[in-house]
Write a new protein. Sequence first.
Length: 235
Amino acid sequence: MSEKINIIIFFLIYVLFTSCSHYYYTPNSQTSPLFKEKGEARISAAHYGSEESTGFVMNSALAITDNIGLIGNFMYGDDEDNDSDGKGNFSEIGIGLFIPENNNSVFEVYGGFGIGNVKNHYSNDLESKLSFHRYFIQPSVGYRSNIVEFAFSSRFCLVHYNKFGYDYLLKEFHHITDIRYIIDNKNFLMMEPAATIRLGAEKFKIQFQLIRSIPYNHKLKQEEVNLNIGFIIQI
């Protein structure tokens, strides 16, 4: 009888500590401004949703010459699920080259650097806090008119985790396996293709973007799909 009770208790503990998945990386929205000339500026804001988290993103871009642009992005997301939740933020800047064509098509490539933090809360008030740097290069091609725009981009990323913190008691549960994997490897490569569609007027459009984050030869616990819906304003 006592053996059965022990099995039941073990099962309940296992369910309690595995009822919610915890992720340590979520792809942010991609900035594809599709500039045509110097002086253009674009600002966008969107709500995003993925498997375990939701949040908002803000992107900005400025054409400082007829072929060079600057971008800056921010993302915040969280997930609340009773005793287990997670939250994080990410900021990045970049610079790139854009080449407009006579038929309204634009080729562009941006590269940059970002800083992110992710905090997970587990049952029994246990926590982990991780920080990372991300380096990226993002080529894309798109079409731009006054009414409709679309872009296809593919971001190549190196994510480097540089700060680690977690409650000692997490060592007693399976969550520590995912954290130890990050500590032991630190660097993770991803390819992140995205499709962006914008509809509306010349200065204001509704924007839809779907992103897939494809890990390269690693098993980082991450979210792999991100859908964001918002708007973009041309200044």
